[in-house]
Write a protein that binds this ligand. Structure first.
Ligand code: NI
Length: 159
């Protein structure tokens, strides 16, 4: 495993549409392993492949209940609404309040190509939406209600 460089919001790669993963091979596994290590080293709770300059539909997340890898994720349904603080490893030093669905159901492939489904609530729902947005070139700063500053009380969960 190796750490990859996380690109920042100024890089136009983050605005591109990522392509579907078609080969569930050792190259994909190395990418996912590197992403998990890079996310952990940066104390993040989520990381999408475009953030390490790979325009493929793959994300890793760890919102407190262990590592989740999602390849080719598709949002199946959303329910309710929540508003909470978000950050992004590609937008260092900034945070903002973002409205997201309270509950999200997502379908995705694992690293071997098997289809799975997952339902996420609260932080996990936010994380799923934030990371899948990255695959379509969307960033939380585009949709935040307002920017948060040091004087605002907040949790720390950069994705
Ligand atoms: Ni992010």
């Amino acid at each position: 495993m190796a750490l990859r460089k996380i690109i920042s919001i100024e890089d136009e790669l983050l605005r591109k549409h990522s392509r579907e993963v078609q080969h569930f091979d050792s190259r994909l596994h190395r990418l996912l392993d590197d992403m998990a290590e890079t996310m952990a080293a940066a104390n993040g709770v989520g990381l999408a492949a475009p953030q390490v300059a790979v325009l493929r539909r793959a994300v890793v997340m760890d919102c407190g209940s262990g590592l989740i890898e999602m390849v080719n994720p598709q949002i199946l349904s959303t329910e309710g609404e929540q508003e909470g603080p978000e950050g992004c490893l590609s937008v260092p030093g900034r945070r903002g309040l973002v409205k997201r669905p309270m509950k999200v159901r997502v379908r995705f492939q694992d690293r071997y190509g098997e289809w799975r489904e997952l339902e996420g609530e609260e932080l996990l729902a936010r994380c799923i939406m934030h990371e899948t947005d990255h695959l379509d070139g969307r960033m939380y700063v585009d949709i935040m209600t307002r920017e948060l500053f040091d004087e605002d009380e907040e949790e720390d969960d950069p994705t």
